[in-house]
Every structure is written in structure tokens, then in C-alpha cells.
Design a protein around this ligand. Structure first.
Ligand code: ZN
Length: 172
């Protein structure tokens, strides 16, 4: 099962980053956790090829406390748009824990957001847990990007993708 796409991550949409910062603050003192999803950069008048992170998928059944957020692995959809993860550190430490490093091998970009959840209170890491750059991009997103998915939404999306396999490849 290939959970994450490999194409280059150009950056994160400004609204998506704001959303994740606000969600992390709202979840404090517990950890916030979600999957980052990308869209093809060609949808956004960007000259470069790759993916733009445009929304955060909160996995149904995620259990969260101040030290950790645990995702039930059987609830993780085989999501072709997933490019990495985002989670918060209520203690404000902007580096991956040993437990984080064990999960970072899936996906190309992993954002850690720390208390007090201000505009600079986040860092991006690669799959090895090393810091990486992540541009914040001003792109227009449709409003419906922002809601917490339910399992029914995920199933519907997977069914829709199953009806039209390979459509993204054929756009080239
Ligand atoms: Zn962590």
C-alpha cells in the first residue's frame, strides 16, 4: 500500500497553515494530529511542478492527550492526496520526539506546531526528522476544503477515485 505520494512539496497554503495553528491552539493542552493533503500545483497558477499542501485530514478515532496523539492505524485511509503529517507539541518543543521519528518515514513533510501556536511556532521536517524548508504560499482555496472528514466522506472519496483510476496521470 502506498500511503503517500512522492512528488515534490512546494509549500503549504497560508490558509491551511492558519487552520492547523488554530486547531492546535483549540486542542491545547492535548496534542492535535492530522494528515497533510496536497493538490497539484497546476491548479493554482504556480509556475512550478509539484504539490501544494491544501488541507488537513483529521483521522476519525484519533486519541489525544498532552504527550501524544494516537491514530488508529486501521482508520488511516489509503489517501492518494496525503503527503505527510501535522501534529502539535503542547510543551512548545519544535523538534521531533523519538516516537515521532518512528512515524516520519511515511510522507515527505511533517509539521510540528508548538505552544503558544503563533505564526512562527512551527517547523517542518523531512522523513528523517531533519528540518526542511516549507514555503507558505498565497493561493486561493475553495471554502469546502475546511472540515473534519468523517469515515463516510473518506469512503465516498475512495469510491470516486476507484471509478476513475489513473485520471491524474492522464492529465499530463
Ligand atoms: Zn511529536
Amino acid at each position: 500500500m502506498r500511503l503517500f505520494r512522492s512528488s515534490e512539496i512546494l509549500g503549504i497554503a497560508r490558509e491551511t497553515l492558519e487552520f492547523a495553528l488554530e486547531a492546535s491552539e483549540a486542542t491545547h493542552p492535548n496534542e492535535y494530529m492530522g494528515l497533510l493533503r496536497g493538490e497539484d500545483a497546476r491548479k493554482f497558477d504556480l509556475e512550478r511542478r509539484g504539490q501544494v499542501i491544501t488541507d488537513v485530514l483529521v483521522i476519525p478515532g484519533t486519541k489525544s492527550d498532552p504527550q501524544s496523539a494516537t491514530v488508529k492505524s486501521n482508520m488511516i485511509p489509503n489517501d492518494r492526496k496525503a503527503v505527510g503529517s501535522v501534529h502539535s507539541h503542547p510543551n512548545g518543543v519544535l523538534r521531533p520526539s523519538d516516537a515521532d521519528l518512528k512515524t516520519f518515514h511515511k510522507g515527505n513533510v511533517h509539521i510540528i506546531i508548538g505552544s503558544p501556536y503563533g505564526w512562527r511556532d512551527w517547523k517542518a521536517f523531512n522523513s528523517n526528522g531533519d528540518p526542511r524548508s516549507l514555503d507558505v504560499l498565497d493561493v486561493d482555496l475553495p471554502e469546502e476544503q475546511f472540515f473534519d472528514f468523517t469515515q463516510a466522506d473518506i469512503d465516498a472519496e475512495l469510491r470516486a477515485e476507484g471509478r476513475d483510476p489513473g485520471s491524474e496521470e492522464s492529465e499530463r
